[in-house]
Design a binder for this molecule. Structure first.
Ligand code: SAM
Length: 240
């Protein structure tokens, strides 16, 4: 369970109503049942539930069970989609090990104004669900050239390009990453309408970028995101 408070042994934490209801009535946790907490800064802590009402409860923090882990060093850049699928994208990015989630506004981006707070809430929920202790950061939307400039030169950017020649993606990733230690990584997935020609030129002009085909079929942007994140993690992720 994600909390915002600083955590320490012996602390008594009143739970927010929705969280208390979730623990008591959805997970049906009872008094003295263990609850694992994290705040994204101090690792994981065990607490016990002290119900104080049918829909209210406190947590009594006991001890730390896992040390804090750093954010994964994988940046996920994507052109926003309609909000329901945006929730999905944010959650899959967290599950697939993204440490930074960076919305990129492109010419054909369809999504209305990006609700960053909603994306951040999705990142917290996904972190709770997949058991990670660092909550991936969601950046404010940036236009494509600004987003590309914000990436460190040494970060290998894997650009999902449905027009790239269909080749062996594993070999292409390995060749781009070079031998030895994998470089810091970023992935870039376009909008439903794809990238505009001038955007493709901007992307291609960035050194340390590999245009990667994900096969001969045109994937939906949210499908492409999961595919490329899984590939990058499997080939270059060394267990990240
Ligand atoms: N240009 C496509 C078209 O005309 O239908 C639309 C783009 S596709 C729906 C959305 C994004 O997913 C693309 O910008 C690209 O980043 C990624 N993508 C989809 N299929 C892909 C493939 N086979 N290989 C690499 N990337 C792909």
């Amino acid at each position: 369970l994600h909390v915002t408070h600083d955590l320490a042994a012996g602390l008594r934490l009143p739970l927010e109503r929705a969280q208390a209801n979730y623990l008591l009535n959805v997970l049906r946790r009872g008094p003295d049942d263990p609850v694992l907490l994290f705040n994204g800064r101090q690792g994981e802590w065990r607490a016990t539930l002290a119900a104080t009402g049918r829909k209210s409860a406190d947590l009594v923090v006991a001890e730390r069970t896992r040390p804090q882990t750093p954010l994964p060093d994988l940046h996920y850049l994507f052109a926003p989609l309609k909000s329901a699928r945006l929730d999905y994208l944010a959650q899959k990015a967290v599950e697939m090990g993204a440490g930074q989630i960076r919305p990129v506004i492109t010419r054909y981006t369809q999504g209305e104004r990006v609700n960053v707070e909603r994306l951040r809430a999705n990142a917290v929920e996904a972190a709770e669900q997949c058991g990670i202790l660092a909550v991936p950061e969601v950046a404010e939307p940036e236009r494509l050239p600004v987003a590309l400039d914000a990436i460190e030169p040494e970060r290998l950017l894997v650009f999902c390009d449905e027009d790239a020649p269909v080749s062996d993606p594993v070999a292409a990733l390995r060749a781009a990453a070079g031998n030895g230690e994998a470089p810091p990584l970023g992935v870039l997935v376009g909008p439903e309408g794809g990238f505009a020609p001038e955007e493709r030129e901007t992307i291609a002009a960035r050194p340390n970028t590999v245009a990667l085909s994900l096969g001969p079929r045109i994937l939906r942007a949210d499908t492409a995101a999961v595919v490329v994140l899984a590939l990058v993690q499997a080939v270059l992720g060394d267990g990240r």
